[in-house]
Design a protein around this ligand. Structure first.
Ligand SMILES: Nc1ncnc2c1ncn2[C@@H]1O[C@H](COP(=O)(O)OP(=O)(O)OP(=O)(O)O)[C@@H](O)[C@H]1O
Ligand SMILES: [Mg+2]
Length: 266
């Protein structure tokens, strides 16, 4: 039964434990609670090894928690078959990765069309038109027939954003989306992502080392050795508690001069 809620994703006491080759248990995520609603933009910052990718895999229904529950659109995913999880993911979740992950040898348009090949009805039959409209929205309509390798990094990430959004997902998961871009390009791409996500009413979760990228989100979390905690504000003592994360309050990257260090937070 579907609960009436604007909550898209809810994690209740989620843990993820793996067994190491010597038989010891490694607790990667410990008691993670998180609720994300329509129109939210949430950032999660954490140093390397804190469990960010492990958490992202759970948020995107790519993996299952060891204990605790994950609700998608008010429905528990705990007992969903892997087919239902795949379907929910394909229909409702868009992914954006640091290395863009575009298909080589396929045009920008073909890349953006790809998720629609798994759609049905109008979305499937109108796939080229929808993909072109989406490329237009990220300012790349004129490069629809270009191969990814002929596009700049920022352009490739804009194609990846178009691909992530073309099916109108309710949740967008971005893992270090600006990690391979220079600071100015990263700021432009991030502002675009924030904008397109908001226009389409999707929730956006950005996982990043970069405090400037995190600053664009409306709510902030820190992951520290598998423990997720909400930050009242970004920067200052709260972030300073995590080694490797800048302890200064920074304006969004878009406001920084181009000479500013790319990643204050690394
Ligand atoms: N399947 C696994 N088996 C054993 N250890 C794992 C497994 N998956 C993750 N880990 C360990 O769990 C910790 C968290 O990994 P994770 O990839 O989530 O970190 P991360 O925060 O994404 O780091 P980075 O910023 O470097 O990408 C790491 O110490 C990693 O070695
Ligand atoms: Mg990672």
């Amino acid at each position: 039964m579907r609960a009436v809620t604007t909550s898209i994703l809810r994690l209740d006491g989620v843990t993820r434990t793996v067994e190491l080759p010597d038989g010891a248990a490694l607790d990667i995520l410990r008691g993670v609670d998180l609720e994300v609603s329509v129109g939210d933009h949430v950032s999660i910052v954490g140093r390397s090894g804190s469990g960010k990718t492990t958490l992202l895999n759970l948020l995107g229904l790519l993996d299952k928690p060891t204990s605790g529950s994950i609700y998608f659109d008010g429905v528990s995913t705990d007992s969903l078959s892997s087919r239902s999880r795949d379907r929910t993911r394909g229909r409702h979740v868009g992914f954006i990765f640091q290395q863009f992950n575009l298909l080589a040898g396929r045009t920008a348009l073909e890349n953006v069309v790809t998720p629609l090949l798994y759609a049905s009805g109008k979305q499937f039959w109108r796939r080229e038109k929808l993909a072109l409209e989406m490329l237009d929205r990220v300012g790349l309509g004129h490069r629809a027939r270009s191969m990814p390798e002929t596009l700049s990094g920022g352009e490739q990430q804009r194609v990846a954003i178009a691909r992530a959004l073309v099916r109108g997902p309710r949740l967008i998961l971005a893992d270090e989306p600006t990690g391979a871009l220079d600071i100015e390009t990263g700021a432009t791409v991030m502002a675009l992502l924030d904008d397109v996500a908001e226009q389409s009413g999707a929730a956006l979760i950005t996982i990043t080392h970069d405090i400037n990228v995190a600053a664009l989100a409306r709510r902030h979390y820190r992951l520290d050795r598998g423990v997720l905690s909400a930050l009242a504000e970004l920067g200052g003592a709260a972030l300073g508690a995590a080694p490797g994360i800048a302890s200064v309050v920074s304006p969004p990257a878009a406001l920084l001069p181009s000479s500013a260090p790319k990643e204050l937070a690394r």
